[in-house]
Design a binder for this molecule. Structure first.
Ligand code: CMP
Length: 139
């Protein structure tokens, strides 16, 4: 069974969209195993987005993700990585398919409402950054 890390980003938090987005995932038979609200500090943001270090948008991305509290969740399900990415839609809301979270709520490529792990390997690393083993529930 696959697991993925999902973040409800600042632009979605400011507009009260967390419950809606989490609900959409639960409706797809994805199981919520862990959830917390936190204000990411620079260190966590830099570790989470280490893969993007050096890209032109990196500094703005770190500033943005640390600008308000966020919600972090772990979801589990068959093919969870791809399933969640389908629910979210393309990274750039302008390219996201109708009915996806980013088409409905994304403002631009930075303020795109959510983050979701893009591979099993990244999911494992990302989940470890945000959650200890005893914060993840099996039921
Ligand atoms: P996310 O899935 O959180 O992973 C990295 C983030 O960087 C991505 O979502 C976008 O919000 C952001 N991003 C990717 N490409 C660009 C870009 N060209 N300009 C600004 N932000 C970007």
């Amino acid at each position: 069974m696959e697991r993925s890390l999902v973040l409800i980003k600042p632009d979605a938090m400011e507009r009260g969209l967390g419950g809606n987005i989490i609900g959409r995932l639960q409706q797809q038979s994805l199981k919520l195993l862990a959830l917390k609200m936190l204000h990411m500090d620079r260190d966590l943001a830099e570790r989470h987005y280490a893969i993007h270090k050096g890209k032109p948008f990196y500094n703005d991305l770190v500033e943005y993700i640390t600008s308000t509290p966020i919600i972090a969740c772990v979801f589990e399900g068959e093919g969870a990585i791809d399933k969640i990415r389908q629910v979210m839609g393309a990274t750039d809301p302008a390219r996201a398919e109708a009915g996806t979270v980013r088409a409905d709520f994304g403002l631009d490529i930075q303020r795109n409402a959510t983050h979701a792990s893009d591979s099993l390997e990244n999911a494992r690393k990302e989940i470890e950054l945000f959650f200890t083993a005893d914060e993840i529930f099996e039921y």
